[in-house]
Design a binder for this molecule. Structure first.
Ligand code: NAD
Length: 470
């Protein structure tokens, strides 16, 4: 209770504060006319966004300078930035709730992850490795602090100059982050922020011959566009480090512990309103345990509170914007029309809230695309068809996360060895990563590797390879 009271007090000054996002470049910015930033919970204006103009992008490209400080100095500055992030937790939690719709426990986890990235990369700078030069970092809105910080910190730790473009939906959090990194001592020439649209600022920053590499996290479709733009315009050696989408499955067999499986399904499918790349999209339950699991799951769904993320009792906040809500609602409406909705709970009518829902499918092959919201698809399988399920999951071409609930020892080995996937979770929920000890990254359509927060990652931002270690 004391911790909650402390959080509330720290957030309070920012509950109605006006935020601002703007280009932070080495030179005078001439941003585009201001646009309003809206709270996804209620449409309230939370601040102003000045997006970068093409002149700002040009200035940033012209003035970018790799970070020439020694490895020790860079590490000190990044560690200092981590301390500043922690010191500003009230403002960060408020911005995560009001700009990104994050519930409090998600905001806490996100700040923790961002701080962990800063410390981990500061402590693991490859010695005597050569920076590539100038890196573009392009990030999504769903982890607007952690993923943004992880990419930028990795490129900076290795001595590169960075041009960072945050998602259109979350430039305010990125502005806060870059202000703190500058305050910690990262030179302005080494880190410049260019808020703006993907199709304009993003496209420009991924198709300029002066750029030596791109770190991208977002959808698979955008990664393909970026790869083509890089191939047409950049040195063929410029790396694309991409973390992309998924169609994530979980198998629950009849030996699973139902209480544990249900708890983990709930978190995997609905935590963060299903807006995690790692979220469970397609659950396969063995037929003989399916009625029990479904009854318990649907009962537990009734207990979820979908509401304003600022309230500490809320389990599920809004989805990010109108467009996202529209895609989810259309998908659910189609399933409803086909009589496939198994369970739905209520959500507030105003704002971009989507009710958690369970939909019956025959298998993952029925899902044409990643639906980025609190929508769980459920299929059943017979014991003898386990391998068909594994084949269907592999056939999607994605390979981000996969979950397995079983108490058969050799099944764990059999299944995990046959699934082509970057992150496999056994008898636990399938969201989450731990910087350092449990790095995160996908295979196939889900990413290029190396895993973020892992030992190989920083080397990709240099011209050296881990085998060059002195
Ligand atoms: P998105 O691809 O729409 O946008 C991501 C970023 O790319 C944004 O900053 C956007 O402005 C930019 N962008 C868009 N078009 C561009 C272009 N032509 N050139 C350059 N940049 C461009 O993705 P999103 O909706 O922000 O994020 C959700 C997606 O991200 C989901 O598919 C999710 O699975 C994925 N994701 C993956 C991971 C991972 O670690 N694998 C983590 C988080 C999110």
């Amino acid at each position: 209770r004391d911790a909650l009271a402390t959080i509330d007090a720290a957030r309070a000054p920012f509950k109605a504060a006006r935020f601002e996002a703007r280009p932070l470049i080495a030179g005078t910015a001439q941003p585009l006319p201001v646009v309003e930033a809206l709270n996804p919970s209620n449409g309230d204006v939370i601040g102003q966004v000045f997006n970068a103009s093409s002149a700002d992008v040009e200035t940033a490209l012209a003035n970018a300078q790799p970070w020439a400080a020694s490895e020790t100095e860079r590490a000190e500055v990044l560690n200092r930035a981590a301390e500043l992030y922690e010191a500003h937790y009230g403002e960060i939690f408020a911005a995560l709730a009001r700009e990104a719709g994050k519930i409090q426990i998600d905001a806490v986890a996100e700040l923790r992850e961002a701080v962990d990235f800063l410390h981990y990369y500061a402590h693991n700078i490859p010695q005597n490795a050569q920076a590539r030069g100038l890196f573009t970092c392009i990030s999504p809105w769903n982890f607007p602090l952690a993923i943004f910080t992880g990419q930028v910190a990795a490129a900076l730790a290795t001595g590169n100059a960075v041009l960072a473009k945050p998602a259109e939906q979350t430039p305010i959090i990125a502005t806060l982050a870059v202000q703190l990194l500058h305050e910690a001592g990262v030179p302005r020439e080494a880190l410049q922020l260019l808020p703006g649209d993907g199709a304009t600022v993003g496209a420009r920053l991924t198709s300029d011959a002066r750029i030596n590499g791109v770190a991208f996290t977002g959808s698979t479709e955008t990664a393909k566009i970026i790869r083509r733009a890089m191939a047409d315009n950049m040195d063929p050696g410029a790396p694309l480090i991409a973390e992309t989408g998924g169609l994530n499955a979980m198998i629950v067999d009849s030996t699973a512990l139902p209480e544990q499986a249900v708890r983990d399904i709930l978190v995997s499918a609905f935590q963060s309103a299903g807006q995690r790349c790692s979220a469970l999209r397609c659950l396969y339950v063995q037929d003989d345990i399916a009625p029990t699991i479904q009854e318990m799951l649907f009962g537990a769904m009734d207990e979820l509170l979908v509401d304003n993320p600022w309230d500490l009792t809320t389990d599920i906040g809004p989805v990010i914007d109108d467009e996202a809500a529209g895609i989810i609602r259309d998908h659910v409406a189609t399933a409803r029309a086909q009589g496939r909705v198994l369970k739905e709970i209520s959500a507030p009518q105003q704002g971009h809230f989507c009710a958690p829902v369970a939909i019956r499918v025959n298998g993952i092959e029925d899902m044409k695309r990643e639906i980025f919201g609190p929508v769980l698809h459920i299929a059943t399988f017979k014991s003898e068809d386990l391998h068909k399920v594994i084949d269907a999951v592999n056939a999607t071409g994605y390979g981000l996360t996969f979950g397995l609930h079983t108490r058969i020892d050799n099944r764990v080995q059999e299944v995990t060895e046959s699934i082509h996937c970057g992150n496999i979770y056994v008898n636990r929920n399938q969201v989450g990563a731990v910087v350092g000890s449990q790095p995160f990254g996908g295979e196939g359509l889900s990413g290029t590797g190396p895993k973020a927060g892992g030992p190989e990652y920083l080397w990709r931002f240099t011209t050296s390879a881990p085998s060059d270690k002195p």
